[in-house]
Design a protein around this ligand. Structure first.
Ligand code: AMP
Length: 110
């Protein structure tokens, strides 16, 4: 069965898509934790970092993040987060990176 994010990628579920290329699709998080909170999702259904294949769409994720950060003019800084597994708070089993920006981001994260 397709993941929630595959359904968004296939336009079966609406989302505010802000970027896409041959390898990834990026859209606004439905529950934003910062003024800019974008999810960057490889088209390929990879359940998470722990299941990463050697090759695939995920290899383009960092370059997409850089482009999207430029698109949103996050010149002062931004953060890229991948939650892997239950203890890290992963809720959607389709690899995705959170791009957060537009406010001061404290460290360590919660
Ligand atoms: P994670 O907890 O790292 O797996 O991240 C999943 C993210 O998906 C959460 O930040 C949710 O707010 C977000 N999310 C869940 N459903 C949707 C949706 N339909 N559209 C956009 N973002 C969503």
């Amino acid at each position: 069965m397709a993941t929630l994010f595959t359904k968004i990628i296939n336009r079966e579920i609406p989302a505010d898509i802000v970027y896409e290329d041959d390898h990834v699709v990026a859209f606004r998080d439905i529950s934003p934790q910062a003024p800019v909170h974008i999810l960057i999702v490889p088209r390929q259904e990879i359940p998470g970092l722990a299941f990463l294949p050697d090759e695939g769409d995920h290899l383009h994720l960092l370059n997409a993040a850089k482009k999207i950060a430029e698109q949103f003019e996050l010149h002062s800084g931004y953060r890229l987060v991948i939650n892997q597994g239950e203890e890290a708070g992963q809720t959607v089993p389709h690899l995705h990176a959170h791009l957060l920006g537009g406010r001061i981001l404290t460290w360590p994260p919660g």
